[in-house]
Design a protein around this ligand. Sequence first.
Ligand SMILES: [Zn+2]
Length: 337
Amino acid sequence: MDPSDRERYSRQILFPGIGERGQEALLRAHAVIAGCGALGSFHAAALARAGVGRLTLIDRDYVEPSNLHRQWLFEEADAAEAIPKAAAAERRLARINSSIQARGIVTDLTSANVAALLGDADIVLDGTDNFETRYLINDFAVSRGIPWVYGAAVAAYGLTMPVIPGRTACLRCVYPDPPAGAQPTCETAGVLNVIVSAVASIQVADALHILTGAALRARITTLDLWAGGIRQIDAPPRDPDCPTCARREFPYLEESRRAPEGLCGRNAVQIAAAGRPVDLAALAARLAPLGAVRANEYAVRFAVPPYELTVFPDGRTIVKNTSDKGVARSLYARYVG
Ligand SMILES: [Zn+2]
């Protein structure tokens, strides 16, 4: 370790749980943060400050004013310019710790790109807002033996659980199937900003244990910062008949392409990337005579009242103000092609 790192991380090195060897391990580590919203932006800042040498941040969305009360990395200007979260986070992390590599990737994590994005991770932190992506992460992480840390928060309530493949229960040992029906989301039930940072802090503590090689007791933590109460129980043992970690079936890795889908709790539909890149400047020029267009290097936003389309360079498109997939598909076909 060079003298500047030794000085920078001195208080963390003094902490016996980490020490100089732990710090060296962090500097060599690669953490992937899946979802860079409320949980993920906290993970990213904490791991950058702790000196994790490589961070990859994956997020499909852009910053909006309603994110700012709980998404610590972002500022008003990011929302005003509708900067993608992964790009805004990368920029901010470079100012927080310029000695590490932090890379933001503006994309939707899917079965098609999960191997490329998570394949060389030492750990994955769950900052997603939906079960489909969590089951995808669980399938991939178990298939490759990569530890990951589940986290979720809504209203004043949150839950975390680390998954160390082969050693602790995986997500499907505990929850064999995603919950059925509509679930409360931050958009429908609201969220207290400090529950997010509390849940994310526990996830980061588990990640630091795992990355430094410290012994970690796998526990499920549930907490409610309004009614009160923090509860930790040992994670249950692995299910000997778990479809994922026992039978090694990975259905979430097999879907090759996803149909248009509603975005968790938002009145919006996402159309998956078509597999061919979009020339954003040309698209903006084409749409300009038809309505209000805002473009930057990351996306083109086009208003077709009451709808708004946001098109990313890989063709992925978010259609706002509808939850009707047919309407979304038709707008996409009409304006993007
Ligand atoms: Zn399992």
